[in-house]
Design a protein around this ligand. Structure first.
Ligand SMILES: Cc1cc2nc3c(=O)[nH]c(=O)nc-3n(C[C@H](O)[C@H](O)[C@H](O)COP(=O)(O)OP(=O)(O)OC[C@H]3O[C@@H](n4cnc5c(N)ncnc54)[C@H](O)[C@@H]3O)c2cc1C
Length: 383
């Protein structure tokens, strides 16, 4: 049986982030990691957006940054100055090329293309069965989706599904210095839905139609909404579609075990996708940085989360409220942005606010509906 100090199962966003962060530690301790994925990641399968105050290790591949965001709905239209944060975009193609450059050919990283068939842990060791062969390691870090066998009525299982087009317009219609975070000027019949617009130049932008609901739409549902938004809100009829991005992200409060013995789950598989927004990239970065910090300090890993547990309750409450349809997502987010400093909201959505800041935000929301959603969720969990 082949043994490695560590195995990274899944070489997507979180697996590659961990591998890059781990490299100095591997060199210093003369250890080796096996990085395995069923595909060799190339090309632009995702565009990651997130906000941060200080540049992190993937700053070299940030392709665009914005200091201003806009938020629009049928209730409000606001331009938000978000400094000291910047809203950033990374294209996965650049991310994969960059991580390849760092990892390929490095003596401490062995890259393998293979299907991980099973992971288990026994006697302080972790094991992976890859294409029928068993490998052992001190720890396995896995971002391979954990199969949820049983859905429970007390949890919500919404999905965030979206179609985005990178469009090039004939005329300069975009303001490259300001990105649209959410524009709810879309039909809200299929669920909470909005469009975000990420302008790269005055004639080039990623326009993405997003829905929070139980089920995906038929293809025409997304394309129709995008065409309508571009014509009616952007007042544009002459454009070409240069690229397309489709995705589904889970939005759930179903608890996820992020540590099972010597197996540490990363990314979406580890529960690092924020239930109420789908944002994951920054949580992956915080988690993988914390893992490497612990390895450096103690040689062991024991991190189940990178934020206080109460944020899971907030996400669950919001999900239950959305699912109940007693308030629409448009109403909830509009109230939040209308009555609070945007920086505080971004900090809150990053799970980094203090309890006092959270109470200040809650005071501005519809207390009755949020309390009912919280009670409803708590009662269901008790039954
Ligand atoms: C289209 C899209 C856009 C997104 N945009 C954003 C965004 O703007 N901001 C944000 O914060 N989040 C975003 N997300 C959410 C999240 O950041 C991404 O899904 C991110 O890629 C999650 O990283 P991960 O490592 O958990 O999963 P992945 O990046 O999907 O990596 C998992 C890896 O495991 C491999 N794998 C799976 N099964 C096996 C197996 N049996 N054997 C071997 N390998 C296997 C897969 O090939 C894959 O490479 C987006 C998601 C999608 C789908």
């Amino acid at each position: 049986m082949k043994h490695f100090d560590y195995i990274i199962a899944g070489g997507g966003c979180s697996g590659l982030s961990l591998a890059v962060r781990l490299l100095p530690y591997l060199k210093a301790s003369n250890k080796r990691v096996l990085l395995v994925d069923k595909v060799y990641k190339k090309g632009n399968d995702k565009t990651w957006c997130f906000w941060e105050e200080h540049p992190d290790i993937f700053e070299p591949v940030v392709c665009k940054k914005w200091n201003r965001l806009s938020f629009s709905s049928s209730f409000i239209h606001q331009q938000l100055d978000i400094s000291p944060y910047q809203y950033k975009m990374i294209r996965s193609k650049d991310f994969y090329d960059y991580t390849d450059e760092i990892l390929i050919g490095n003596d401490h990283v062995i890259i393998l293309k293979g299907i991980v068939e099973n992971l288990y842990t026994e006697n302080q060791r972790a094991y992976a069965i890859i294409d029928g062969e068993t490998y052992s390691a001190d720890y396995i870090f896995s971002s391979i989706p954990q199969v949820q066998t049983k859905k429970r009525a007390c949890y919500q299982y919404l999905i965030q599904h979206f179609l985005g087009w990178v469009i090039e317009t004939e005329n300069p219609i975009f303001h490259p210095e300001c990105a649209t975070l959410m524009d709810f000027n879309t039909s809200q019949e299929v669920g909470t839905s909005f469009v975000y617009v990420l302008p790269l130049t005055s004639k080039l932008a990623l326009v993405e139609y997003t829905v929070f609901s139980e089920q995906e739409l038929a293809a025409e549902g997304y394309t129709g909404a995008l065409k309508q938004y571009i014509a009616e809100q952007l007042h544009c009829n002459n454009y070409i579609i240069k690229e397309q991005e489709y995705g589904v992200i889970p939005m759930s409060d179903h608890p996820v075990e992020s540590i099972k013995g010597r197996i540490i789950y990363l990314g979406t598989a580890g529960g690092f996708t924020k239930g109420s927004t789908g944002y994951t990239f920054r949580f992956i970065q915080k988690h993988t940085a914390a893992i490497v910090q612990q390895l450096n300090k103690f040689g062991t890993v024991n991190i189940s989360s990178v934020f206080p547990k109460r944020f899971r309750t907030y996400d669950a409450t919001l999900l239950h409220l959305l699912a109940s349809r007693r308030l629409t997502g448009e109403e909830i987010f509009s109230t939040m942005f209308q009555n609070n400093n945007p920086i505080k909201i971004l900090k809150f959505l990053d799970n980094e606010t203090s309890l006092i800041e959270e109470l200040q935000i809650f005071k501005t929301l519809n207390k009755k509906e949020f309390t009912l959603a919280l009670l409803n969720r708590t009662l269901k969990a008790l039954i």
